[in-house]
Design a protein around this ligand. Sequence first.
Ligand code: NA7
Length: 531
Amino acid sequence: MTDRHFDAVIVGAGFAGMYMLHRLRTMGFSARVFEAGSGVGGTWYWNRYPGARCDVESMEYSYQFSDELEQEWKWSERYAAQPEILRYANHVAERFDLRRDIQFDTRVKAAVYDDPTGRWLIELADGAKVTAAYCIMATGCLSSTNTPNFKGLDAFKGPCYHTGRWPHEGVDFTGRRVGIIGTGSSAIQSIPIIAQKAKHLFVFQRTPNYAVPARNAPMDPEFERRFKANYAQLRAKAKQARTGNLYPISEKPALEASEEERRLEYQARWDKGGLGFIGSFADLLFDKAANDTATEFIRSKIREIVHDPEVAKTLSPHSVVGCKRLCIDTGYYETFNRPNVSLVDVSTSPIEKITENGLEANGKEYELDAIVFATGFDAMTGALFRIDIRGIGGQALKAKWSAGPRTYLGLATAGFPNLFTITGPGSPSVLSNMLPSIEQHVDWIADCMGHMRNRGLTRIEATVAAEDAWVAHVNQVAERTLFPSCNSWYLGANIPGKPRVFMPYLGFPTYVQKCNEVVRNGYEGFRLSEK
Ligand code: NA7
């Protein structure tokens, strides 16, 4: 490939990269997307494990930039499964003719800012180089998989799979002894399905997780019709909520309700299914005593569902609910009543090693034909650090963020002019509905580039002062919540050696207001210049 120059290079062809490309092209900018996968869809391209499904309702988990797209696409279920979301991503790529500016099977190796020319030099894995005025990271929050460094990792003679890199042709577990490591959302979705096929499924659980039923169902045509008739109003209403979702968040504190009132509310939300459970009361994420009332309710459900009291006890978390992302399940706890499923508690003594024939834990060898790693991701910063990103004076992003990510609005970082991160650390991202968050970021970046072009400006950089103030604010907001109290990937606590810093920002509407204010005040907190 010959060296070429673009107005913008976009890294990643998930929902963020696709819309960024569309916006920039519509504005007459030249843009090139580089994508490591062979197709569009990002998260939904890679996460093909059995049962992979979005935990946000499908009518809300979609783009809103095109009325026609919104009206013509038909979701078949309340929560869309991975294949359907991937079909949607492909439909968007076709409808807006995106593929001609996306280069697939191309990993970006390095992105280096060249001060004298004010250009980003992007190096691809095959050694080819291109330059760009702007470098936009659309690398996703959960795209760099985490496989713990177990002793003997290469010793196992059977196949190993990671939920986040599932084979495209699928895996048939019929008649096989399968071990799954992890009980996060990916495991909770896949365990019930793998158990239906496997001869025996061993679930290696280090920390139990809270799961609430999804109550997935085929799309109700009347619900869809009403939703589509009021799409604009409903989208606007969702944007007023802390998470950018439509599920109602009660204004009443849990401890102001009577025990019976609480029970009825939790039961109603449990019956309705989905993430809305966490909105049962206003203070569940802020007051431990309030949260305890919700966790006791879920534990009582686990005791009701799971027949063996010892297994029910091992499956019952005692941490804060919602502190790690709440899991949405279909038949998860019920699966532990099957005779071919065993729960192995590895909370007190870790998995010792992977062996030729399986896995050793609690001083015992489990013989397995296949191992599934449902061990999550190096979230939010992992995908950025896999690229050698260097700013002014050759400073590495990884070095600058060695004590935790430092951004202004999760969009930019001082010392790295003309570099934008879509749903970067310090923005609502994973604490919000990702699609509206992505669109808000893309629109902000595109408008900013338009503003710069109209005024003959070529360089934008966040100031250190604005960045410091924003990082402090993100922390203050997190400290008012119960989020810092558990070892979640929001805090980087799932990756050994990663600094413990709360990365996302809680509060979609406040965040949007702040971004808009920054623009109204002439890009306050940024330094804009002609060179
Ligand atoms: P998660 O939620 O990070 O879950 C990973 C799971 O793997 C979790 O249960 C971990 O236990 C477990 N794990 C990780 N390392 C180990 C080791 N060394 N030994 C045993 N168990 C381990 O990832 P998911 O893919 O399920 O979900 C990610 C997000 O995708 C989810 O939040 C949704 O937003 C969608 P731990 O809790 O760390 O003790």
